[in-house]
Design a protein around this ligand. Structure first.
Ligand SMILES: Cc1cc2nc3c(=O)[nH]c(=O)nc-3n(C[C@H](O)[C@H](O)[C@H](O)COP(=O)(O)O)c2cc1C
Length: 210
């Protein structure tokens, strides 16, 4: 063994650690960046391969009885108008009529179910949606879960073979959002002040049942 073998291996190990610590973003940081986004940078057009990569998380997830009933319809800018009229955003800030003109999302993932949804389907749906959103955030994008949509009209406009359960908007965020701590009994409503979207979250101590 060459005299400097161990020294070289140590050097390689240190540099690989340095690279991975630069590259890797911790879960807490991804979760904080994963804010529901209702205003997007219109100049950024989300590509089909980006949506495919986001949907790609789904064959690594838990699923009740491993049924895997969820299917995904990718919608890019050329078809965005088939979705936009049928979704509603920001019911908590009705007076703003979100999304503001010129900040609409141009890409969507429509999550459908091949079976009549039961409780476990909605658990599968939550696991899927959050995993996809975290993947999007890791790619520098953001998103929004939308359950307030006209399912019948969406089935018609996208010719969906299955029932849509959730629409996820995806894009480059044009918003500033901040989390703020609240206690259990405080107002949970999100609000905007000086161009910042504030989202109150109950502190962990109040989430734990004593
Ligand atoms: C299941 C689900 C359905 C939602 N549906 C809508 C919706 O239809 N329209 C909307 O603007 N936001 C919707 N949201 C986003 C919530 O309003 C948002 O999660 C909440 O305000 C907290 O903000 P945060 O996601 O940044 O923590 C939905 C979120 C979830 C989890």
């Amino acid at each position: 063994m060459a005299d400097n073998y161990l020294e070289k291996r140590m050097e390689q190990y240190r540099s690989s650690q340095a690279v991975s610590s630069v590259k890797k973003e911790g879960l807490a940081s991804l979760l904080i960046k994963n804010r529901s986004t209702r205003g997007y940078d219109a100049s950024y057009i989300v590509r089909a391969d980006q949506l495919r990569r986001i949907v790609g998380v789904n064959n690594k997830l838990a699923s009740a009885r491993n049924r895997q009933p969820l299917r995904f319809r990718l919608v890019t800018a050329d078809e965005a108008q088939k979705v936009l009229p049928f979704i509603r955003m920001g019911a908590g800030l009705k007076e703003l009529r979100l999304p503001l003109a010129g900040t609409e999302p141009n890409a969507f993932i429509v999550v459908c179910s091949t079976i009549e949804p039961r409780n476990s389907t909605y658990v599968d749906l939550g696991i899927s949606a959050q995993s996809m959103l975290l993947q999007a955030v890791e790619m520098g994008l953001n998103g929004l879960c939308i359950m307030d949509f006209d399912a019948d009209r969406l089935v018609g406009s996208l010719q969906l073979p299955y029932k849509p359960l959730l629409v996820i908007a995806i894009g480059k965020s044009g918003e500033k959002a901040r989390l703020i701590d609240i206690n259990e009994g405080d107002d949970h409503s999100y609000y905007r002040e000086n161009g910042v979207h504030y989202v109150p979250k109950v502190v962990v101590e109040d989430l734990i049942i004593e």
